[in-house]
Design a protein around this ligand. Structure first.
Ligand code: ATR
Length: 276
């Protein structure tokens, strides 16, 4: 990463808020380890000046790409000259690349990050998976599960109408009560923000989790859901590995090379530990 030169290319992550993003930590480790002349920085975009700010950013000659995080993953679509088939299906993008001709390409790597992280613990092929939540993350998760040939995908959401509309879009099944389907489920994925705070009311009765379950919470910490699942002998996974693996796919899109995943993972775990 250092020294920064006149030729140094700029990459980053746009979002609001973005100061606490851990992406710069591991992306810069990958960049400097491979000796790439680039730097990756957090770029906080004011919500009320989103369009102006993005237009301005895209004019910068040496800015070559960025990740997109909450709340801009859908709003960024209007700036695209080209979107990947994944973006078309999921309806949101987390990776922007400016080509050498200056064209804006948009990709979604959230779904691959999720799937590769899950596969390290359990392959969803032929499994029954229960997805909790029906927001943007749920869309990427359901898309990934469909691609990986899960046997059945069940969807629960606090607001039933949203579950029904997403279930229709992806041709999966919306469920009314989590407790009623738990026996038939192999994998449970929480995509809601419930568990970020320790005193959030639980999404369902966690004491019903069984040892054969795999529980994946996309939040980057040990949530009450994961704690309870561990106690019950279930396999568990939090969102930190998914964060790394979506970033790894973005890295490959920008630089066209395989990044040093283990080094990046160690840096991410260390930074996360220091921050929490
Ligand atoms: P993201 O892009 O991270 O998925 P989002 O699109 O805002 O975020 O979606 C948030 C999800 O968390 C939604 O499914 C939301 O449920 P509603 O559709 O009913 O709003 C869910 N969620 C947030 N707070 C919740 C809570 N306290 N209990 C249950 N679900 C909650």
């Amino acid at each position: 990463m250092f020294p920064i030169k006149g030729s140094t290319k700029i990459y980053g992550v746009i979002g609001n808020p973005v100061q606490h993003s851990l992406s710069p930590v591991f992306q810069n480790v990958g960049i400097s380890s491979l000796g790439i002349d680039a730097v990756y920085i957090p770029l906080e975009v004011p919500k009320e000046k989103f369009e102006k700010t993005i237009k301005g950013l895209l004019f910068l000659e040496n800015l070559k790409g960025f990740n997109i995080t909450v709340p801009f993953k859908e709003k960024i679509l209007k700036f695209a000259d080209w979107v990947s088939p994944d973006v078309e299906q999921i309806g949101s993008a987390n990776t922007l690349k400016k080509t050498s001709e200056g064209k804006i390409e948009l990709y979604n790597t959230d779904w691959i990050g999720f799937l590769n992280a899950l596969k390290e613990v359990e392959d969803p092929e032929n499994k029954t998976v229960l997805v909790l939540g029906a927001g943007g993350t749920a869309k990427a998760v359901i898309y990934a599960l469909k691609k990986s040939k899960a046997k059945k995908i069940l969807l629960w959401n606090r607001t039933k109408e949203k579950a029904l509309s997403l279930a229709q879009k992806f041709n999966i099944t919306a469920v009314d009560k989590v407790e009623e389907v738990l026996n038939k489920v192999d994998i449970i994925v929480n995509t809601t923000s419930v568990g970020l705070k320790d005193n959030d009311p639980p999404l369902f009765d966690y004491s019903l989790i069984q040892p054969h379950h795999t529980v994946f919470d996309v939040i980057y910490k040990e949530t009450p859901l994961l704690r309870e699942a561990k106690k019950k002998g279930a396999k568990t996974l939090d969102g930190l590995r998914m964060l790394l693996l979506q970033g790894v796919e973005s890295f490959k899109i920008w630089f066209g090379v395989e990044p040093p995943i283990n080094e990046m993972w160690e840096a991410l775990k260390k930074a996360f530990k220091e921050r929490s």
